[in-house]
Design a protein around this ligand. Structure first.
Ligand code: NAP
Length: 276
């Protein structure tokens, strides 16, 4: 039996937990194969896609900073990749076309939005306008949330996203603290709070936070950013980034192997042990 090979490409990716996630499932479902890290420079993107085309690779995940840059090398974008112009999962289809799909949107919906009651009525604020932002915005929209605002240190990036998602309201970064009171659902899609940069955090004044606020931090390392901890201690409903990682991986795994892998306790324990 030919051993299957999967990889994640991006730069830097040494911190990625995707190999832990996918190798756990490959083993659990007795699939002969491995999932590896492929740290590549931009000039090698064409070569990676060639490996998909000639079946040296059965599938790849794409992460920062290549989710848009990989697109010119693909034959076709489908579903949420088309909706967001952001690709995180690639495979060869039955017609030998290299397909770009996006499973981050599903990850955000399954991990968070489906768990929040009456989510469609909430006023949502996305903080950040980098690579993950299009998937968050589209997941909110797909979940029928109509009131979506965005705020980013570099306003031009918010305005660029508004060109694709014209329903967005663009806010001023300097007003962040004053704006917080206006929102029911806030998503941190910045790298503020990330391991190694813990001193840079979002500043939330608890006096200006709605009691009913739901706060999602897309960061999973650390599992609890300072901002998440502060809000959690004030009884705000919070989610960290780990579940999004797991659910986007679940859908990628399904696209490649046609098995919907189970998210069991041992998997979560294993992932958490790698974060500590
Ligand atoms: P990115 O493209 O590099 O964007 C980084 C974002 O952070 C930009 O909006 C940037 O603002 C903002 N930022 C960075 N330093 C800042 C500072 N000192 N002050 C204010 N804003 C700052 O990254 P990305 O791919 O969108 O990822 C963003 C976050 O999402 C990361 O923390 C990552 O861990 C997380 N993520 C999680 C998952 C998951 O599965 N859980 C998946 C993807 C991403 P400027 O535009 O002004 O630079």
């Amino acid at each position: 039996m030919v051993k299957k090979k999967f990889a994640i490409t991006g730069s830097p990716i040494s911190h990625s937990l995707s190999p832990v996630l996918h190798n756990y499932w490959l083993k659990k479902y007795n699939i002969e194969g491995e999932y590896v890290l492929m740290e590549e420079s931009e000039k090698n993107l064409a070569n990676i896609i060639k490996k998909i085309r000639n079946k040296e690779l059965d599938g790849i995940n794409v992460t920062l900073p290549y989710k848009q840059k990989i697109i010119p090398f693909l034959d076709k974008l489908v579903n949420d990749a088309k909706n967001t112009n952001s690709v995180n999962t690639i495979y060869l289809d039955n017609d030998s076309s290299v397909i770009g799909e996006n499973t981050d949107v599903f990850g955000i919906q399954a991990a968070y939005l489906k768990q929040i009651s009456h989510v469609e009525n909430k006023k949502a604020l996305v903080i950040g306008a980098g690579g993950v932002a299009p998937s968050i915005i589209f997941a909110l929209r797909k979940t029928k949330i109509s009131n979506i605002s965005i705020i980013n240190r570099t306003k031009e990036k918010s305005l660029f996203l508004k060109k694709k998602f014209n329903y967005l309201s663009v806010l001023e970064w300097d007003n962040l603290e004053n704006e917080i009171i206006n929102f029911d659902l806030i998503i941190n899609a910045t790298s503020l709070g990330l391991k190694g940069k813990e001193d840079f955090n979002l500043n939330f004044d608890l006096a200006k936070v709605k009691k009913s606020l739901v706060f999602i931090d897309t960061i999973y390392n650390p599992l609890e950013t300072k901002t998440l901890k502060l809000l959690k201690n004030a009884d705000v409903k919070t989610f960290n980034g780990l579940e999004m990682l797991i659910y986007q991986g679940q859908k990628s795994f399904y696209l490649w192997n046609k098995i919907n892998p189970e998210i069991d306790d041992s998997l979560i324990e294993l992932l958490m042990s790698k974060i500590k």
